[in-house]
Design a protein around this ligand. Sequence first.
Ligand code: SAH
Ligand code: F3S
Length: 445
Amino acid sequence: MKKIHIKTWGCQMNEYDSSIISNLFLLNKKKYCLTDTPFKADVLILNTCSIREKAKEKLFHQLGRWKKIKEKNPKIIIAVGGCVATQEGKEIYNRANYVDIIFGTQTIHRLPNMINEIQKNKTFLIDISFPTEEKFDSLLEPRVSKLSSYVSIMEGCNKYCSFCIVPYTRGVEVSRKCDDVLFEIVSLAKKGIKEIHLLGQNVNAYKGETAYGGICSFSELIELIAEIKEIKRIRFTTSHPVEFTRKIINVYEKVPKLVNFLHLPVQSGSNRILKLMKRGHTISDYKKIISELLLIRPKMQISSDFIVGFPGETKKDFYKTIKLIEEINFDMSFSFIYSPRPGTPASIMKDNETSYSEKKIRLDLLQKRIRKQALNWTKKMMNSIQIILVEGVSKKNISELYGKTENNRTAYFQGLSTMIGKFVKIKITNTFINSVRGIFINYVN
Ligand code: SAH
Ligand code: F3S
């Protein structure tokens, strides 16, 4: 029995990939099991991320720790995958020759075979190629919970925003075949899944081949998924403003199963910075999408990603971002200080004199502002009726059940265990920072 330890850094896509990796091993339960403790493991797997920070240094620090474990037990296999592995390739082995396997973002499905081969031949292996379609074919339904599941529908990105490493580490956009996606969702529905979270770096750029040789767009895919009776709620991340078409906006009218919550990254509130970022859209393009959506769904809440301190960002640019945050009234964000990624066009752009501490002050201000808005959104839920998918019994109070609202708040209420797995309506009676409490009203069919 081989014990596998997986350490994951980074985005939802990486979390998703790691759950696929664990599923690949758990398929063979007689041979493999998972362990949380690295020094008890036979195989150490690191799934890296290079989106921000000092990714390379972080990797070698981690490998340094694992080297000590390997010195005590030389039979341990160390495998490094993900975005840093795709980018650095054999360089990793050149600096840390105790690493046995380097695999890429698109070759995770080959990992069990690579491990078998290492056991036989004991020579270093590397595979950082991009067989994305082959990866799709070997996907194994990772779950979020017993009721909700991620479904990867596309990978990669063709947008080449000037700051971003993703197009280089995940490759160009490749969509899964429409029937494959639907087949997977139907089979998840049969297993009791009620909520689907579609996943892709640029999820709304989806263009999946159909069985008849046509192309299914993102909005068409959503309409098809909505026809699957057992699936009651549909979410997706991450979408891009450039491909947020009229057809996608209209789908919000046709498909009530789409939640009243949208994560649509804008990055900055300044047109000058958006242009330097090569985002391909302006602030008014972004606002137009939101206002059209709000006409259809007045209760829609929006979240975004922001980058603070992009090369050349002035105080004036930054305050334009704050103004946009207030205008849109964003609820939550992923926001970070700009970090130069080697090989990207922005990494060689001239920066102004803005110090790192000033950038940090800007980020704190932005995050405080959004936290305040998020709190106001939660407070506004008082006395409202919310639909929640009941996930289980509260750990803090066993007489209460809990579930998620459409806008991702955890909701608690008194209920019967037979309600678990169902959608119910509750009336909100208390609001807290990240959660709400309510009383049961009725079931939702
Ligand atoms: N559409 C993608 C975006 C991937 S990158 C998705 O979310 O799946 C996620 C976020 O990381 C970006 O929206 C951006 O805000 C941030 N990011 C990317 N490159 C960055 C960099 N060089 N410095 C700081 N933040 C960055
Ligand atoms: Fe990155 Fe821009 Fe694509 S942020 S993932 S290059 S849309």
